[in-house]
Design a protein around this ligand. Structure first.
Ligand code: SF4
Ligand code: SF4
Ligand code: SF4
Ligand code: FES
Length: 950
């Protein structure tokens, strides 16, 4: 194994279709117009010496090392900033160029500490390489003059250091922060010799607005910006390309290793979802994989009040099998079920649903996607014919109007957020529909053309009002609708949407908006060129989540914004594999590829492959499992990689349901909150310890490759197989590639997918089959998957969750950049420096009315329950709206959320809860008693091995 070194072409690729031919050192080369001489030279294998240029940022031309000679031109232009021209003859090596370059390097080295041998970048430093490349052997100026050797090192960031003594002020970091990340946290301060790189307003990196994406660290050619892990462990010596296990962007990374120790994660330039960029989570927050809290041995206990007892895998698996069989014998075949994980690989998820259907003999399988994007699947399949987003991420580069609804991409999907911001800086218009003033509404060089700070729960009314403007003002794309959509469905919808009840003037007061702004936003979306909709859980997690998804699909069809680049309806998926877990047949009513379990032909296919008879009736959804547990008919549950106590709504109902069961098997990395109710704990493996695939929000299937051996001894898919075998079912696969082969055999949209094909292509966007052997970046080109696009009438039905005198405020929830989901991983990394606890955002006026000051503990009460949390006073939230994250278990934010849910999919209505806030002295009695119970439940009875003396 060796370290994968990606080629740096020096400057970004030019996008022109026009070609230019020139010669470089006598070799002829043809490249797109606009290409730099430096990049063209790389095409003939010539690496012109350089320091300030790198292909992730635009050329700057400051170091003067890359000089070349051009026949017929005076001087020695910089090859990084000089574009190619037809017939140009370039010389990259000559005695004159050699002298000039050596002089430049001499000046750099005279102000550089000569500690190469002990420098953490030794062997991987571009300054060192360039000194060698230009043949520098001595420095005539000596090292005694003015220099920066004593400049103070900034170690404030938990993950990287900034050592200005080693800085050559090439500004690659500044440009990376601006162009790649879009945060503008760095500047070059001062001039000439006095120039320095400053974070924020001459603050430390930690205090500045830096979001720790690491783009500057990656761009830095010296040891100035350096990962602390490299300083601690040393330079990596081999690497493995894999996929991030945090969010639905699905960034590719090189896991760079030293032996079996992970040194750093470097975003992979060839990664098609991230093009070499990352966020703080994927790049830096991986230490949870080796955290001391990880449970590495199976454990069992009789009662949930007993301490845990470590046992062998055989005993644990035997217990699972015997308990599940006992329960089924006593309560019936439908008395047990399983929950698949959107954190695990497709292959693992597929096996869990197979275990439930083929071995448990029922369809009681569900997934955490139930609580996030199930309305996406249903809404998009009914309108377009496919349960997934329509575009690839790169499509945003051709969008003219971007509409972001109920999503906060800069925090929750940061790499795509950066790509979107780049397009916005290049001139695309922006409409944000969100109760909260997210960073996209206004940040450096970004300002939304329209922000509609919608009242939580009124998405459908507002989408209808936008459509009303489009229909009544003659902005419908008649040609598209006439050719591509179902005419009768359109006519029904158009006459409904034109009703006065859907007008902006009617909707504005109930949504807390200005009717003129709604009209202006609708006109912009309909007439501004390519219109692309991106949305998140702020759309789906509502009692009308599915209706809102259909409403967005209606908008896209009415304006012809579907079926080409730059447009579409795009869900921003939360977890790394939420798309995959849905695709793999995790829902109780669907087999893989979204085929209904009641369909005889589909069932027959799986029955033949698995050698069993399948139940034709859909099984229980997650909330129904708890209902059934409380009525005594559901008694056993296998939960792989999910913390349903923390992530599902109405915590009291969830915990009551779990407490009523007789055997709960939790498979996870840590003793999570759900494990408090478990009888068997099976240790899980991290994404670094397994092979498989994830599917991101663009339907992109990316490879997950084993970087180190599983610390618990098994990859998760192997454990599911072992459970199946212990229950008497012969489930045998030697490798996850064999599981994918089975998925491909049984699922038409995956029929062209295999590990071999993934290795060849890097990643594949489904559908991938005979019709699309290399996958499908953009869906619905020419025709919709369902044939004609289907407009669906989307009547606004207000949620039953109403504000009133007792609960006058509306609570909505979301994520923060540095934390992820229920925080099980990110809380076990240094990311806690940015977010130690969840906070409740409250408008200054609402806070003042209640006597709440910034930082005070407040009681947050709803009809379902109450919790306490500290307040943050901010105008980011509108009057009457409060907001909190849910990353910390001690907040128990879901104690207050209700059991209202989407009418079609049971996706909980997390985003709308009527609440009241009042000053408090600290945690509630319920929180305390829950913590007490959790504390006891985590006790582990570890028998130490007998010593020789004994
Ligand atoms: S910190 Fe690194 S990238 Fe930034 S100017 Fe200094 S040497 Fe260049
Ligand atoms: S880590 Fe990212 S946000 Fe911070 S300074 Fe570097 S590029 Fe900018
Ligand atoms: S954007 Fe998402 S997938 Fe990419 S590095 Fe960050 S958490 Fe990982
Ligand atoms: S690399 Fe061209 S001027 Fe620095």
């Amino acid at each position: 194994m060796s370290l994968i070194k990606e080629t740096d072409y020096g400057t970004p690729a030019a996008k022109s279709d026009k070609k230019v031919t020139l010669t470089i050192d006598g070799f002829t080369v043809t490249v797109p117009e606009g290409t730099s001489i430096m990049r063209a030279a790389m095409n003939v294998g010539t690496e012109v010496p350089r320091l300030c240029a790198t292909d992730s940022v635009a050329a700057f031309g400051s170091c003067r090392l890359c000089l070349v000679e051009i026949a017929g031109r005076a001087g020695t232009p910089a090859s990084c900033t000089t574009p190619v021209a037809e017939g140009m003859a370039v010389t990259t090596q000559s005695p004159r160029l050699k002298d000039l370059r050596r002089n430049v390097m001499e000046l750099y080295i005279s102000d550089h500490p000569l500690d190469c041998l002990t420098c953490s970048a030794n062997g991987n430093c571009e300054l060192q390489d360039m000194a060698g490349a230009v043949g520098l052997r001595e420095v005539r100026y000596g090292y005694e003059g003015d220099n920066h050797f004593k400049a103070e090192k900034d170690t404030s960031n938990p993950y990287f250091t900034f050592d200005p003594a080693k800085c050559i002020v090439c500004s690659r970091c500044v440009r990376a922060c601006e162009e790649v990340q879009g945060t503008f946290a760095l500047t070059v301060d001062g001039r000439g010799f006095q120039s320095t790189i400053e974070a924020g307003m001459a603050e430390s990196f930690l205090e500045s607005e830096c979001v720790s994406c690491g783009a500057c660290v990656q761009a830095c050619p010296t040891a100035t910006l350096m990962e602390k892990s490299v300083i601690d462990i040393g330079q990596p010596e081999h690497s493995v390309v894999t996929t991030c296990a945090y969010c639905g962007v699905g960034c590719s990374f090189k896991a760079e290793m030293r032996g079996d120790e992970l040194v750093r994660m470097v975003p992979y330039k060839d990664g098609k979802a991230n093009h070499g960029h990352s966020c703080v989570k994927g790049r830096f927050a991986w230490a949870y994989a080796t955290h001391r809290d990880r449970i590495l041995k199976p454990m069992v206990r009789e009662k949930i009040t007993d301490p845990w007892r470590e046992v062998s895998w055989e005993e644990a698996l035997g217990r699972v099998a015997s308990e599940f069989k006992r329960i089924q014998a006593k309560y019936g075949r439908g008395s047990i079920g399983g929950i698949t994980s959107s954190r695990c690989t497709n292959e693992e998820t597929y096996l869990v649903q197979k275990l439930v259907r083929a071995v448990f003999g029922n369809n009681n399988v569900d997934t955490c996607a139930r609580v996030c994007h199930s309305p996406t699947g249903y809404g998009l399949s009914k309108t377009f014919g496919t349960s997934a987003g329509t575009q690839d991420f790169d499509s945003v580069e051709e969008a003219d109007v971007i509409m972001v609804i109920g999503a906060n991409p800069t925090d929750a999907h940061p790499v795509f957020g950066s790509q979107m911001k780049k397009r916005l800086r290049a001139g695309a218009k922006l409409i944000v529909i969100d109760p909260r003033r997210t960073d996209l509404v206004r940040s450096v060089h970004i300002e939304a053309n329209h922000h509609l700070p919608i009242r939580p729960g009124t998405n459908v009314a507002v989408l209808n009002a936008l459509a009303h403007v489009i229909v009544t003002e003659g902005l419908v794309n008649r040609a598209f609708v006439g050719e591509r959509c179902d005419k009768a469905a359109f006519a029904d919808w158009a006459s409904f949407i034109a009703l006065p009840e859907n007008s902006p003037e009617t909707v504005a007061p109930l949504a807390g908006l200005d009717a003129k702004e709604i009209r202006a936003a609708a006109r912009l979306y309909a007439t501004g060129g390519n219109g692309a909709i991106y949305y998140g859980l702020g759309v789906t997690e509502h009692s009308q989540g599915t209706t809102a998804v259909m409403g967005m699909a209606n908008l896209a069809m009415a304006t012809g914004n579907i079926g080409r680049r730059g447009v579409g309806v795009n869900p921003l998926r939360g977890q790394n594999n939420v798309q995959g877990s849905c695709d793999m047949g995790s829902f109780p009513h669907e087999l893989s590829g979204y085929r209904h379990i009641s369909d005889d032909a589909t069932r027959a296919l799986f029955e033949a492959a698995w050698g069993v008879t399948l139940e034709p009736e859909p099984g229980l959804r997650i909330p129904n499992m708890f209902d059934a547990a409380l009525d005594g008919s559901f008694r056993g549950l296998y939960v792989q990689g999910e913390d349903i106590v923390q992530s599902d709504p109405d915590t009291k109902h969830v915990t009551a349901g779990l407490a009523a069961m007789e055997c709960i098997v939790v498979q996870d990395l840590f003793l999570n909150e759900t494990a408090n109710f478990a009888h068997v704990f099976l240790p899980g493996s991290t994404f670094l310890e397994k092979n498989g695939t994830f599917i991101n929000a663009e339907r992109r299937i990316g490879m997950v490759r084993k970087v180190m051996q599983p610390k618990n001894g098994y990859e998760d898919w192997e454990v599911t197989i072992a459970i199946a075998k212990a229950m008497g079912f012969d489930m045998s696969y030697a490798h996850p590639s064999e599981i994918m082969d089975e998925i491909a055999r049984l699922t038409p949209t995956f029929s062209g997918v295999s590990f071999k094909r993934l290795e060849e292509l890097g990643s594949i966007q489904w559908p991938c089959n005979d019709k699309a052997p290399e996958g499908t970046p953009i869906m619905h080109i020419g025709t919709f998957v369902r044939g004609k696009g289907n407009f669906i009438v989307t009547e606004y039905v207000p949620t039953d969750e109403k504000v009133g005198p007792r609960f006058p405020l509306l609570l909505t929830t979301g994520r923060i950049l540095s934390q992820y989901n229920v925080g099980a991983q990110t809380r076990r990394t240094d990311n806690v420096v940015w977010h130690e606890e969840d906070r409740l955002e409250i408008h200054p006026h609402d806070a003042e009315e209640r006597g709440v000051r910034d930082g005070d503990w407040v009681r947050l009460a709803s009809r379902s329950g109450e919790t306490t949390v500290r307040a943050r006073i901010t105008e980011r939230v509108a009057l009457g709206v409060v907001y909190t994250t849910f990353h910390h278990p001690n907040t128990q934010a879901n104690v207050v959320t209700t059991d209202y849910a989407d009418w079609a999919t049971s996706c909980p209505e997390y985003k709308v809860t009527a609440v009241q806030i009042s000053p408090s002295n600290g945690p509630t009695a319920w929180q305390e008693s829950y913590r007490d119970m959790a504390e006891k439940s985590r006790r582990i009875d570890i028998k130490l091995p007998a010593t020789a003396a004994e």
